[in-house]
Write a protein that binds this ligand. Structure first.
Ligand code: NAD
Length: 337
């Protein structure tokens, strides 16, 4: 079966998803692309045989030729398109964040619960990264005993225009927020955000870097350094400290160069490069799930929870104090996810 996909939002990640859907993955074809920037949509359609431009995302969702929808617009537009896909009973892959507010996320959750069927997969692709998968398996093995602490770093070379201090949390650290819930298999109960010395190389109105401290239900503490103008590359780190040892993400470099008295490896320049395998795997899993009719991967509930934790952290960024996370009760639809 070839799954016919429509993509709404042909920006940076939308274009990367269109490329992987049409060139790398199996049993899928991109049939439609919609973007408010119609010229951009047209330029991508011109490079995507079999696809054509839809005037609006709503038209694309309603089209009978579209089996599944990818939402890759900016965050505030996600809710409208995810709700429309649910109304048409179409599987929808929504980039993170599911929506920027907990109220918007809950409207999506309520719509999915009312249908009684999971149709939403959220783009928290790190759950498919081979390094994190190996860490999760090693934790389950019990080799390092119970986890006590996790140290994370989320560094990028430069922030895009209009990037604000709260986006270090809602856009960047939200990946660690989702990942810690998944890796440690427990909820985050509170967040505290600290403001270290600002980099003089970051835009003047940006508090960069930040330290985001997450408290897990069991008492495990997670510190996340978020530094989006780190200049030297896109560098993601994670180390779990357990009672019997530690577990860390490996070096992503394929080769180690020893030369002129130095030992060097490659640091990725962009998230597209660092997580290419994870993006491929999450998207193939979504395509396969449309074939089987059984949704997989991060749920709308996971999307809601990540936004709830990020919101608490943004409150802490503003107030400077520890902020508890408030979560609604988990609906039965998400009991085993
Ligand atoms: N999973 C990841 O690692 C990852 C990485 C990057 C971005 N993202 C997420 O993907 C989404 C898009 O990010 P991006 O970096 O590609 O942004 P972008 O600004 O490069 O692209 C967004 C595109 O959406 C279009 N758009 C906006 N509103 C629209 C609407 N109502 N209808 C149709 N098109 C609309 C814009 O014209 C633009 O082309 C964001 O939610 C972002 O957080 C996720």
């Amino acid at each position: 079966m070839t799954v016919r996909v429509g993509v709404i939002g042909a920006g940076t990640i939308g274009q990367d998803h269109i490329r992987r859907l049409s060139q790398s993955l199996s049993n899928v074809a991109v049939v439609g692309i919609a973007d408010v920037d119609r010229a951009r949509a047209q330029s991508i359609v011109d490079k995507t045989p079999g696809a054509h431009v839809y005037t609006t995302g709503q038209d694309l969702i309603a089209a009978s030729e579209v089996d599944g929808v990818v939402v890759a617009t900016w965050g505030p537009a996600h809710e409208e398109f995810v709700l429309a896909a649910l109304e048409h009973a179409k599987p929808v892959f929504c980039e993170k964040p599911l929506a920027p507010t907990t109220d918007a996320c809950l409207r999506i959750v309520q719509s999915e619960v009312a249908r009684g069927q999971r149709l939403v997969q959220v783009g928290f692709m790190r759950r498919c990264d081979p390094g994190y998968l190996a860490m999760k398996a090693a934790l389950a093995d019990g080799k390092i005993g119970s986890p006590l602490l996790v140290h994370c770093a989320h560094r990028g070379p430069s922030s895009p225009p209009m990037f604000s201090s709260d986006m270090l949390i809602t856009d960047s650290a939200i990946h660690e927020i989702d990942l810690m819930r998944w890796l440690l298999d427990e909820e985050i109960v509170a967040g505290t955000v600290l403001r270290p010395r600002r980099s003089s190389r970051s835009p003047a109105d940006l508090q960069d870097p930040l330290i985001v401290l997450l408290e897990m239900q069991s008492g495990v503490l997670v510190d996340v350094e978020v530094f989006v103008n780190a200049e030297y590359g896109y560098d993601i780190r994670c180390e779990v400290v357990g009672e019997l040892g530690t577990l860390a993400l490996g070096d992503t470099s394929e080769i180690v160069l020893r030369h002129a008295g130095l030992r060097a490896g490659h640091v990725p320049g962009h998230w597209i490069e660092r997580f290419v395998t994870a993006y491929d795997m999450e998207m193939q899993a979504w395509i396969d799930s449309i074939g089987t009719g059984q949704a997989v991967g991060p749920t709308a509930w996971d999307g809601y929870t990540a936004t709830a934790v990020a919101s608490a952290c943004v409150t802490s960024l503003e107030s400077g104090v520890r902020t508890p996370v408030h979560l609604e009760s988990r609906p039965a639809l998400y009991a085993n996810t």
